[in-house]
Design a protein around this ligand. Structure first.
Ligand code: SF4
Length: 699
């Protein structure tokens, strides 16, 4: 319920949902937020917002918030409420005992992309300094880890290249595996504005997303490829460009590493990549693909926007590199209106990667095995660091099942619902001797926990989030933490109890430390953020006020052709997740406008009125073949498991492909997804699951 009335004051802060990072005025009456108003000065949103952000304050004070720490010796026991001191000591004692018994590598932690940069930085610091290992990972593992790997390999930096506003200079926009009008609505509206002005549009998606049928938007090509064939598609696009002489020769000569380019041309020229030879794989008619490739290559400015439909595949990293290859070969990098633009899912997933959440990288993507870099952190943190990369999230699960991993600290991440192959995740969590969950709600993961530490919402703390365009936005405390401590203070207390002293008085001090250690954040400070409103990293001596467009003159690549971009060989390898008689359909997953991720927050706001269940979208032919009508209950079986969803017959689907969302825990979308994953980063292959669908009588 939105309370009306005149506010006493308003505080500018940042939305805690998607990677657009809209800024809002939290309008206050006394100590209560009465409404969130999109902030006109917000550089990511310019006074716009979507329904999620406007109602987000509802979950902050929802009755389900847990505000008292809780402990229990076994997950069969009921929770016992306790003090912060006892809960922190309970967790630290158990984690230390596990390390004594099983070794220092037997525990680890997961940082949260919903928390601030400063909080994420502290969690990975605690794991490296207090736990003494590098067993730290983040939800980016299951969403955009291929973006980090693929863009670093080709362009030298693990981030998108543009500002959102840059789309207004694009002449052709290619949207691959993203649904911006639902998942990134404020950017989706900006994109539609540009399309209404006449920019060309290529949509690459197995499903007819809203952009393919938006009024006043001219769709040039909808390439409805088969799930799992992205790399065959992107290689075919590049083949056409090279084969027809559409490459930007001057850009390639001046900006790209020669040896890598020559090797790539030899690879991509091969006739096996020709659209005529890949259409059987992708399902895209050869002529349609040729026309799309010409449209993209001949545009003055062509921009690519992509989402999880690119990354969440067994070839996610190859596809990201394939996208970078395409932008490079056509010279669409380094100015307004072009670029490679990953649309990040969670509000601070870019930040959680930047802040060193990965097991192999310290903050700023500095490799932990590099002695010079590691020594810099050791001197600042006054501790010896392990030079060996630690465990990724799926490796933690496997090690837990093998009996080698026994303790986990999980901050603001519901791995029991969001990670694939739920049965495997649950078995891993069940085998832990100490699971510490820090969250604002008693989530699905907490069912397996021994310690529950109440988290704080975005309204209850100071800090920063970094959005999908590398924009560092301030998060400002609007109300005191309901449980008494903000997340950064809880991590600090746990680190102290584990024996590594931390003593920050305010998140600005944490940012000052980040700036000392992270070259791309060198000139970032709260004082500067107050002056500028927001800053796009890198913000250092070469770009003291931040850098809206990256790679204008050179690429931050190393090696004998440092400064030049690298083409990457991207061989298409078919996923092992194949259809057969038993599992004849391919399931792919996505989101809807009014819900955010696993729905833990949006289901506790007024957004709930727009969506109360996940359904299975199925093409009329597939439905007819099975005698399925709308709203029938359907049993969905995969090699991993079974679930039940209601039917929604939809022309959006192509025959042979079904689709669902994962906003409700009881829908069980991840009970059926498998643990196939990206070859380079282990990002799960959420987007391709072979299934069978049949009518059942009841859920
Ligand atoms: Fe903006 Fe995303 Fe929040 Fe919507 S959910 S208000 S688009 S940041």
């Amino acid at each position: 319920v939105i309370e009306q009335g005149q506010p006493d004051k308003s505080i500018v802060t940042t939305c805690a949902y998607c990677g657009v990072g809209c800024t809002f005025e939290a309008q206050m009456k006394g100590t209560e937020v009465i409404r969130m108003v999109p902030y006109k000065g917000g550089e990511a949103n310019h006074g716009h917002s979507c329904v999620k952000g406007r109602f987000a304050f509802g979950y902050a004070t929802h009755k389900d918030r847990i505000t008292q720490p809780m402990v229990r010796n076994s997950i069969d026991e009921p929770w016992r409420e306790t003090s912060w001191d006892e809960a922190i000591n309970f967790a630290a004692t158990k984690l230390k005992a596990i390390q004594k018994k099983y070794g220092k590598d037997s525990i680890g932690g997961i940082t949260s992309s919903r928390c601030t940069n400063e909080e994420t930085y502290l969690v990975q610091k605690m794991i490296r300094a207090a736990f003494g290992n590098n067993n730290t990972d983040t939800c980016a593992r299951v969403c955009h880890s291929p973006t980090g790997f693929g863009l670093k390999t080709t362009l030298g930096e693990s981030a998108g290249t543009q500002t959102f506003d840059s789309v207004m200079q694009a002449d052709v926009v290619m949207v691959i595996g993203a649904n911006p009008t639902d998942a990134h609505p404020v950017f989706g509206s900006l994109l539609k504005k540009r399309l209404r002005q006449g920019a060309g549009l290529i949509v690459v998606d197995p499903r007819k997303i809203d952009l393919t049928k938006s009024p006043h938007v001219t769709l040039d090509h909808h390439l409805a490829l088969r799930p799992g064939t992205n790399v065959a598609f992107i290689n075919a696009m590049a083949h056409v460009i090279i084969n027809e002489g559409l490459e930007d020769k001057a850009f390639i000569k001046n900006r790209c590493a020669t040896k890598a380019f020559n090797a790539w041309v030899a690879f991509i020229s091969d006739e096996r990549h020709a659209p005529e030879n890949t259409s059987d794989i992708t399902g895209i008619p050869a002529n349609e693909l040729r026309l799309a490739a010409r449209l993209y290559a001949k545009a003055n400015n062509a921009a690519i926007y992509y989402g999880l439909g690119v990354t969440e595949h067994s070839q996610g990293s190859s596809m990201v590199m394939g996208i970078a290859n395409l932008a490079l070969v056509t010279g669409n990098i380094g100015r307004d209106g072009v670029g490679v633009n990953p649309l990040r899912g969670q509000n601070n997933v870019q930040g959680s990667c930047d802040m060193g959440s990965f097991p192999h990288e310290l903050p700023g993507y500095q490799h932990v095995a590099n002695t010079l870099l590691r020594e810099k952190f050791e001197a600042n943190w006054n501790v010896s660091l392990d030079p060996e990369p630690g465990l990724r999230i799926p490796n933690m699960f496997d090690a837990a099942i093998d009996g080698n991993f026994k303790g986990l600290y999980c901050q603001g991440e519901d791995i029991a619902q969001s990670d694939p192959n739920t049965q495997h995740v649950q078995a891993a969590l069940n085998s832990l001797e100490c699971l510490v969950v820090q969250d604002i709600f008693l989530n699905e993961t907490a069912k397996f926990a021994h310690v529950f530490l109440p988290g704080s919402s975005f309204l209850e703390k100071d800090g920063t989030f970094t959005n999908a365009e590398r924009r560092i936005n301030r998060v400002r405390k609007v109300m005191p933490p309901l449980a008494g401590l903000a997340d950064w203070q809880v991590t600090m207390a746990l680190s102290n109890a584990m024996g590594y002293e931390m003593n920050y008085q305010h998140p600005s001090q944490i940012m000052d430390e980040i700036a000392q250690l992270t070259p791309t954040f060198k000139n970032v400070s709260y004082e500067k953020l107050e002056r500028f409103g927001s800053i796009q990293w890198p913000c250092n001596d070469t770009s003291p006020d931040g850098m809206p467009i990256m790679h204008v003159d050179s690429f931050p690549t190393l090696g004998d052709q440092s400064g030049k971009a690298n083409f990457a060989i991207t061989e298409y390898v078919a996923t092992t997740e194949k259809v057969n008689k038993k599992f004849p359909l391919l399931l792919t997953t996505g989101r809807i406008l009014s819900q955010y991720n696993v729905g833990a927050q949006t289901r506790r706001t007024d957004n709930q009125v727009w969506h109360d269940e996940d359904v299975l979208e199925i093409h009329p032919n597939d439905a007819q073949e099975r005698g399925i009508n709308n709203d029938d209950w359907l049993g969905i079986n995969s090699r991993a498991g079974d679930t039940v969803l209601k039917a929604k017959i939809s022309e959006r689907m192509q025959p042979g492909v079904v689709y669902t969302t994962f906003h409700h825990p009881d829908s069980g979308a991840n009970v059926i997804t498998t643990d196939n994953s990206d070859w380079a980063t282990n990002c799960p292959e959420y987007k391709v699951t072979a299934v069978q669908v049949n009518k059942v009588t009841s859920p």
